[in-house]
Design a protein around this ligand. Structure first.
Ligand code: FEO
Length: 385
């Protein structure tokens, strides 16, 4: 129960191996859905169809003999809307509520009779009795049809994917780490649309946030809003250095670890290091956004850069990575090419500053390389402008 009138009817999915076919979710994920009980009843989104039986049982129990009058579809992505058909089959008199794009996109997945559907636009209000549902469009947070719903009676914001996290609701983990990995990998590309919707949210008196994944947020809401403000404006969240390396024979890894040691010795507030061949790519991407400075260390490979690093840079570009200060380390036994290739890929991103000089190691580290790493560490510890 969220409030006296708003009930949680979502499900945990611990059977899933990859969310969106690509992100590891060792603690599963929740698909959240809510039921508002008033003179009229409204269901807020459904769940992934793999869990539809459990979901429909939750809904039936919560309805306690009533029927859903409305089904508000905030987001058509199948993790939320692929049980719409099942709900309508069970409760055919339920009226769908969405915007014009919602219904265009729902029709891509289902053959639906939309004659009774309620089409809403920015600022429209649907009265359930005491509960007044105010609709606000949130395009590209995370798909174009996404909308938020604000219940002005209980001051509840139904925020679609925003403020969600990976992890089932019974996972014993705090919100921040998996919310951050979720944000940058799912919504990270869309900073501007998130900023737009945060401005709209700032005008509302919000007491509870009900996202489509992860826990309902009832306390300390400024904390979550501030994190979204930082993330969506592409500002660093944590002062420190993230070192990502891709190493063929361990020598580049050794240089990366040596640099980490130097940074720690010199008092760097926080250093995190990841082997791109083994670390979850989504976690490394999250850390690249999180930290104020980043070091990319890679072996040269076939006249370019080791593929794990190239892949990482493509992921960063795809997520609109920007506004960061980066240092580069390469290794090359006869024709070092990693720095050139990494620089080319970074030049396709906005607001990237490369700390000069980059470090080139030939084979294994030598005494002169230590001096170069010391110089790089000093550059990394310079405050940002
Ligand atoms: Fe949770 Fe964009 O779907």
């Amino acid at each position: 129960m969220i409030t006296n009138d708003i009930l949680y009817i979502g499900v945990n999915d611990r059977d899933i191996d990859l969310f969106e076919g690509q992100y590891v979710v060792p603690e599963g994920i929740s698909y959240n859905s809510y039921l508002i009980l008033d003179e009229k009843t409204a269901v807020m989104d459904t769940v992934d169809h793999h869990k539809k039986e459990e979901y429909l049982a939750n809904l039936e129990k919560a309805l306690d003999g009533r029927r859903p009058d409305y089904l508000v579809v905030s987001h058509v992505e199948p993790d939320h809307a692929s049980s719409v058909r099942a709900l309508l089959d069970k409760y055919p008199d339920t009226r769908l509520v969405g915007n014009t794009k919602t219904f265009q996109m729902l029709s891509l997945y289902f053959d639906l009779d939309l004659s009774g559907a309620v089409t809403v636009k920015e600022g429209d209000v649907l009265s359930l009795g005491k509960h007044q549902l105010h609709f606000t469009m949130a395009p590209m947070v995370h798909w174009p049809e996404v909308m938020f719903t604000y219940d002005s009676y209980e001051k509840v914001l139904f925020s679609a994917d925003a403020f969600g996290k990976f992890g089932a609701l019974d996972a014993e983990e705090d919100w921040l780490c998996e919310a951050r990995r979720y944000y940058f990998n799912i919504v990270g590309k869309f900073g501007m649309p998130v900023q737009t919707v945060l401005k709209k949210a700032a005008a509302l008196d919000i007491q509870i946030i009900c996202p489509l994944h992860g826990p309902v947020l009832k306390e300390n809401l400024d904390f979550y809003l501030e994190k979204y403000q930082i993330w969506s404006s592409y500002q660093p969240e944590t002062e420190g250095v993230f070192i990502a390396y891709a190493s063929l024979h361990g020598n580049t890894a050794a240089a990366a670890k040596k640099l980490a040691d130097i940074l720690i010795q010199k008092g760097c507030p926080r250093v995190e290091i990841a082997d791109l061949a083994r670390e979850d790519m989504a976690e490394s991407l999250e850390n690249a956004f999180r930290y104020s400075k980043v070091v990319l260390a890679a072996s040269s490979y076939n006249g370019g850069v080791m593929p794990f690093m190239e892949d990482f840079l493509h992921h960063l570009k795809a997520k609109n990575y920007q506004k960061r200060t980066i240092a580069l380390i390469e290794n090359g036994s006869w024709a070092p090419s990693a720095v050139r290739t990494m620089s080319e890929l970074l030049s396709q991103m906005n607001g990237i500053t490369i700390i000069e000089p980059s470090v080139t190691i030939r084979g294994c580290m030598k005494e002169e390389d230590m001096a170069a790493l010391e110089e790089m560490a000093a550059g990394l510890l310079q405050p940002l402008d």
